[in-house]
Design a protein around this ligand. Structure first.
Ligand SMILES: [Zn+2]
Length: 56
């Protein structure tokens, strides 16, 4: 697995991220880096809350 270090340096997860912040972070992360997948728990929450971020 390759870490996109530059992306990580520029996109730090906030200290106490809200649900939306975590979702947004992971969606961006998935596009830019493959060091780890979106956690199952977060995916479940996304489905539960029907969160549809990533619309810009
Ligand atoms: Zn990464």
């Amino acid at each position: 697995m390759k870490i996109n270090r530059e992306w990580h340096l520029e996109h730090r997860m906030p200290k106490n991220p809200t649900f939306e912040q975590r979702v947004a972070w992971h969606l961006e992360h998935e596009k830019n880096c493959k060091c780890r997948p979106i956690p199952e728990k977060l995916l479940e929450e996304m489905v539960n809350k029907k969160a549809k971020p990533n619309k810009r």
